[in-house]
Design a binder for this molecule. Sequence first.
Ligand code: SF4
Length: 211
Amino acid sequence: MSGIQHFSFCRRQWALIHIEQQWEENLRTIEGDIFHEIAHDGLFAEKRGDLIISRGMKVFSYSLGFTGSCDIVELYKTPDGVEIFGRDGKYKPIPIEYKRGKPKENDADALQLCAQAMCLEEMMLCEIPEAFLFYGETRHRHKIILDNDLRQKVKAMSKEMHELYDRRYTPKVKPSKACKACSLTEICMPRLCKNISVKKYIEKNLMGVEE
Ligand code: SF4
């Protein structure tokens, strides 16, 4: 599910990571991992009065074909919520995704959050109209309205991701502004590798395998 943020950033970056299993650690990705470890640190579920805080909850959606986990799900006790196994009363879930940096101009983070909420809705048979992104740089929660446009985008992207994955197809390089901020520039080789996949490039140029 977290692949949706890579996918919205660059189809090729998503394919390099999720189809070709290429990955390169850099300062940003390592900092991001540490930040998520902190979000997942502590008890699996903690109760504070009428609030349950669940960390690292595993989620899935059959209709989207997604699995993943939520950094935090806050469950508020309310009469119009849903029942949770092993707990008294009814609860309303709200996912919160932690991000290391600051709010982005694109909607990659909102799409990931919306996908998490759609998984929770399917699992818990409830409606989640809004959720939150927490950014490490601003130390603030930003409310994200999970409207129909965002949901349709998640559905369309999930369909496209599955189609590409089934074909094991890595989209060709399309150099853009995004390349400057991409953690896979060295692997992607946007200037060298315009017409073949990285796998084929390595096989041909480094391993001497001819097609
Ligand atoms: S370097 Fe550019 S084209 Fe290549 S994966 Fe990154 S963003 Fe996409």
